[in-house]
Design a protein. Structure first.
Length: 392
């Protein structure tokens, strides 16, 4: 008799084991998906809801732990689906059943492509986004790409190294950075976007919190808006994205770059960030932005301390479960310096390691300065994830 443990938190491991023993691949993958372990936090709950949830979880064969105003339910995805379905013997209150049903519906695998204003970007493998800062004061590369010719040369090197998207920003959002006025941001961004879109041959993203800058960049050839405020800073931004059909990165941040460090206070950083991102995503969808336009970003370094950033990388699955592709931007940030002791210009190996950690937790897009290092590391991660036939 031989007893062998499978990687219990990796559905592909179960699918491969079943397929290797004669089950057809599609059936094996379906069974493995239903057997995937899931743990959910539900809050706030009143007392009747808590009691109903306990009864329903017990009948469904789920673990349920409760406290004042909250519950944690854990079990397989298939059993959680059973809990969400109507059961006359142990009905859940409508508010609970609707919320649980919606979560399970959204939790289906994120789209394997990202729709932008000009194309659909495949996400069946890691997508590295090269950073092109056209600022004099960015924390890592300020001043290197101010002139369009310099930006073009840098972008061409990124393309040759494997970048699939270029992200152009004219405002430094490092902690405490002063904000340029709108005309200055336009002067920095638009000529560079126009040159990159015309000559480099990669999708161009504009990193801005201002709708006027986003509009001008989209007219100049950009097709993605990367808004670190999560569409909160400018009330017109959601409409600009909707009307243009641009891809949009909805990022988590609290406050402004000048104030965010003082707002890095969380009860449970992974749950809090996922919940706040879900609210921002919901506002985007309510404004008419299509789900396939949306990418989510946990905002590493934005209103997070070093321990918060590491916890978010480790527990990224809570954001992946929202049902959209996830982008991370760990590149050369302070938390990597806190871990390695390296200065900002020597953190590219640490950046690549953080990207791999995020990829193994489900991220698809990676915003970095050193494209070559990230691409090489992520090629290995993609190969590992695809080694069992999962094809991710």
């Amino acid at each position: 008799m031989r007893v062998t443990a499978l990687a219990g938190d990796v559905p592909a491991a179960l699918a491969s084991a079943l397929a290797a023993r004669g089950l057809d691949r599609l059936h094996a993958e379906a069974l493995a998906a239903g057997g995937a372990p899931v743990a959910l936090v539900l809050e706030p709950l009143d007392e009747p809801e808590t009691r109903a949830l306990m009864r329903g979880a017990t009948r469904a064969g789920l673990d349920c732990h409760t406290g004042e105003g909250w519950a944690v339910v854990a079990g397989t995805l298939a059993r959680l689906g059973g809990l969400a379905r109507p059961d006359p013997a142990a009905p859940l209150p409508e508010r609970l059943s609707l919320a649980l049903g919606r979560f399970l519906h959204e939790r289906q695998e994120a789209p394997r492509a990202w729709r932008t204003a000009r194309r659909s970007i495949p996400l069946d493998r890691s997508c590295v986004v090269g950073i092109v800062n056209v600022t004099p004061d960015s924390f890592s590369d300020g001043g290197r790409h101010l002139a369009p010719a310099d930006a073009l040369a840098g972008a061409a090197r990124m393309r040759e190294a494997g970048a699939r998207v270029l992200d152009v920003g004219g405002e430094s959002t490092r902690p405490g950075a002063a904000r340029p006025d709108e005309d200055e941001e336009l002067r920095r961004v638009v000529p560079v976007v126009r040159a990159l879109a015309a000559e480099v041959g990669l999708p161009v993203s504009v990193d801005t919190r201002r709708s006027r800058v986003a509009e001008a960049a989209l007219e100049a050839g950009a097709e993605i808006v990367n808004d670190v405020s999560g569409l909160a800073a400018d009330p017109r931004m959601a409409e600009v994205v909707r009307s243009s059909g641009a891809g949009v990165v909805v990022m988590h941040m609290r406050g402004e770059p000048q104030t965010m460090d003082g707002l890095a206070v969380y009860r449970d950083v992974a749950c809090d960030v996922a919940a706040e991102l879900a609210e921002r995503r919901d506002r985007a969808l309510a404004a008419g932005i299509a789900p396939e336009q949306v990418v989510l970003d946990p905002g590493l370094g934005f209103a997070k301390g070093p321990a918060d950033n590491l916890a978010l990388l480790d527990r990224l699955g809570g954001i992946v479960a929202l049902g959209h592709p996830v982008m991370v931007g760990p590149s050369r940030k302070r938390f990597l310096g806190a871990v390695t002791g390296r200065p900002v210009d020597r953190r590219d190996a640490a950046t690549a390691a953080a990207c791999v950690a995020a990829r193994m937790r489900g991220a698809r897009l990676f915003r970095v300065h050193d494209v070559a290092a990230a691409c090489e590391a992520l090629a290995v991660a993609d190969a590992v994830l695809g080694a069992d036939g999962e094809g991710t």
